[in-house]
Write a protein that binds this ligand. Structure first.
Ligand SMILES: *Cc1c(COP(=O)(O)O)cnc(C)c1O
Ligand code: SF4
Length: 474
């Protein structure tokens, strides 16, 4: 049995293809350009391939719907008679998509607000997100960027692209550029190569990466030429986007193998979706199938508060339960980090089950995945200063304004205050005997603060006018 199967595999590549396209010659089917130009998007086409439900029909015939396009390859993974099919629900709209929900936004991550130039989101100290196209191979109903994605009129202009590159060139703190969109892999091959080549001429750009769903929607696009092209721009990393084990086909496996052989480290980002993959057992299967094709699960995202995604959202509790079911239960490198991307634009926040149960000086009480409870004895003579000399041999990266909690721990400052904190607590009162700018030193914690603080201090102490004032008062 096994032997004949192998022979068959050698004879003819395994193909994921619905009967609807049975007569299409193989060379067409395997041509990514053919797949792109034969995508399903109209109600009539979809109706011919899939047994559409009333709700799907209604959505497909409504106005103002987020774009629908499905490659014939990906459509072939859909169960035509099961409305709950996890592949189908990702790409075929239902009328639930049109239902508004509390807190939904058009740009829930405030990306456009945090873009110094259109299409370039600079949120973290050392890396940027560069949106290079608004087009994708197929469209995910829950897309966080549906405000621009799929809409050809939102495409970035040549001037905007130049402005993005310009910004990166003039911002030496950027060491990592993430290309996304839309999907950078649907760009014309020459255009994508031009972008990679331009980025590679910038000396401070250390790594380039792409976030793409093309290997999942259109594995034919991962040609040998493509792999050869990107291998000229190493270190180059790539994240794919698989949500359900059904998407891991022999075609995707082969595409990932080609990428891996071209030296590209592969990761996966998935979105936690109600009724699609919000299950410990489905997620376990997913991560196992991913590591088999040498793709490391990277992030599992909580679904964003974006228009159209209301019915696909889960609770956060379900996400934490899924991590509980993975961590310790399976290979460490198969466990993604569960992320809530902060509404309003705070960036990715990792969320995890609690493993630390209690702490006292010298002791930490922990629990493992089985519920075993243990105690870790900490050293009582630990010297955190021992490393300082070695640390000083390393060039430090500065993170102006973004030192965060690490800045508190490092003694850069003592507090982080909400906007307007000082005004609120002044309660409208005027400066008075006990509260004036000039004696604000009484709120300066000893040994905390930046170098500027230290510079200021001796100057103030030596200020003769201050000394005079004090002596005349006494
Ligand atoms: C996700 C994202 C990145 C990359 O984040 P990593 O955690 O490094 O993968 C960078 N910039 C923006 C705006 C992002 O949303
Ligand atoms: S591939 Fe990515 S950018 Fe494109 S529709 Fe899906 S989630 Fe949005």
């Amino acid at each position: 049995m096994a032997a004949s199967k192998t022979l068959q595999a050698l004879d003819k590549p395994v193909m994921t293809r619905a009967p609807y396209w049975a007569d299409i010659p193989d060379e067409k089917w395997l041509d990514w350009r053919w797949q792109m130009s034969n995508r399903l998007n109209s109600f009539e086409e979809l109706d011919a391939v899939i047994n559409l439900t009333k709700s799907e029909k209604k959505a497909l015939q409504s106005e103002g719907l987020f774009r629908v396009d499905i490659t014939p390859y990906f459509a072939s993974l859909i169960d035509p008679v099961d409305p709950g099919c996890p592949v189908r629900r990702q790409v075929i709209p239902t009328d639930r998509e049109m239902v508004p929900f509390q807190s939904m936004m058009e740009d829930s991550l405030s990306e456009d607000k945090h873009s110094p130039v259109p299409g370039l989101v600079h949120r973290y100290p050392d890396r940027v997100l560069m949106l290079v196209t608004t087009q994708c191979a197929s469209y995910c109903r829950y897309c966080t960027r549906s405000r621009i994605v799929g809409d050809p009129s939102q495409t970035f202009s040549r001037e905007e692209f130049d402005a993005q590159i310009n910004y990166i060139e003039n911002t030496p703190q950027i060491r990592d550029v993430l290309l996304s969109g839309g999907d950078p892999m649907v760009l014309a091959p020459k255009l994508l190569q031009m972008i990679l080549a331009r980025l590679r001429t910038i000396p401070h750009v250390e790594i380039i990466r792409i976030g793409t769903r093309v290997p999942v929607f259109l594995p034919m696009r991962v040609t040998d030429e493509f792999c050869e092209m990107i291998s000229q721009y190493h270190p180059f990393w790539l994240n794919i986007h698989v949500n359900h084990p059904k998407e891991i086909t022999p075609e995707l496996a082969a595409a990932c193998d080609r990428l891996s052989r071209a030296g590209v480290p592969l990761g996966n980002q998935s979105v936690l979706l109600a009724g699609i993959n919000d299950s410990v057992h489905i997620q376990r299967k997913l991560v196992h199938e991913l590591v088999k094709i040498r793709v490391r699960p990277y992030y599992l995202y909580q679904c964003d508060l974006v228009e159209g995604s209301g019915h696909m959202r889960t609770t956060v509790a379900r996400g934490i339960e899924i991590i509980e079911g993975l961590q310790g239960h399976t290979s460490g490198f198969a466990v993604p980090t569960y992320i809530i991307d902060a509404p309003g634009g705070g960036g990715k926040i990792p969320v995890s089950p609690n493993y630390v149960l209690a702490q006292a000086p010298g002791k930490v009480v922990l629990r493992n995945f089985e519920g075993f409870i243990t105690t870790y004895q900490e050293p009582l003579d630990y010297d955190p200063g021992e490393i300082v000399n070695q640390e000083n041999l390393i060039e430090r990266r500065t993170e102006p304004g973004q030192e965060g909690i690490l800045g508190l721990l490092g003694g850069d400052r003592m507090t982080i205050e909400p906007d307007g904190f000082a005004e609120t607590h002044a309660r409208g009162g005027k400066d008075h005997r006990l509260r004036s700018g000039e004696i604000s030193d009484k709120w300066r914690p000893l040994g905390i603060g930046t170098i500027e603080h230290d510079k200021e201090e001796p100057k103030k102490l030596a200020d003769p006018s201050l000394e005079d004032e004090q002596s005349s008062e006494s």
